[in-house]
Write a protein that binds this ligand. Sequence first.
Ligand code: PBG
Length: 328
Amino acid sequence: MSFPDDRPRRLRRTPALRRLVRETHLRADQLLLPCFVAEGVPERRAISTMPGVFQETVDSLMSLATEAAGLGLAGLVLFGVPGRKDDVGSSAWDDQGIVQVALRRLRSEFGDRLLLVADDCLDEYTVHGHCGVLDARGDVDNDRTLELYQRIALSQAAAGADVIAPSGMMDGQVGAIREALDSAGQTSVLILAYAAKFASCFYGPFREAADCAPQFGDRRGYQMDPANRREAMRELESDLLEGADILMVKPGLSYLDLVREARDHFDAPLACFSVSGEYAMLHAAAATGALDLRQAVMESHLSMRRAGADVVLTYFAREISRWLREDG
Ligand code: PBG
């Protein structure tokens, strides 16, 4: 006697059957496009290792946003490249800072058509390139940094951000930002928490894109050790308890085991960030002819969704949306 499912290939015979039983889908409205906006530059500047990605001017960012909205993307994640850096990163909470200016323009031109996510961190704004302020010994001072993250969040929320995304991995950053937002009456501004963010070599191209390479040392004193899974679960849990609305694992591809584990443990919406190095890697492989770019991008992003990510932050968001449309 044969078992009922001894012929699983029956389900794969035709495209219609394959579509019928497909379990996971990519959707443009679950993709967020990370963008860089630079202050005081006459025209947008290409990033050498990320084909098609630029440091935008405020004007060119508006064209990018028009394209993103037309493609049905969920929204934009803004990273600022300030014209002026100092020891504490004060242009990050300047109401006339580049991200604040961009947020106000985007809000007035696009209303609620695009979600506006603002990265809340200091590394792009400090001369030393670390994600927080330094103490006398040159270590990142956690609690003084929290006060600055609060100021940044308030200024970004006032400029029109829907979502604040703290990415510096300071202890207590989600709770501190939630408290500041609530006391300012910004109770409907969300927090997307970079909860399990690893000290990864895959951020390489971002450091050129956002001009934020640490001038000494590295980020292993605050970002997580890539070896640690249980610790990642503790980080995710504490961010949830501190009031995170959406949890995130970062990077994407090498950390999909954690996306799956987070999905199984927590009911909160879950994001993963397919980072700059993943973008550069796929482009580089495709340029040699080793991979077909479109297939590689679709397969790798589908894997993130299959692992359990509701939301994907990806530099490929526009291409994915276009390809989904072509596929019908
Ligand atoms: C820090 C920040 C980084 C990224 C997002 N936020 C750089 C870092 O932690 O070194 C990396 C994103 C990417 O590589 O695409 N503000």
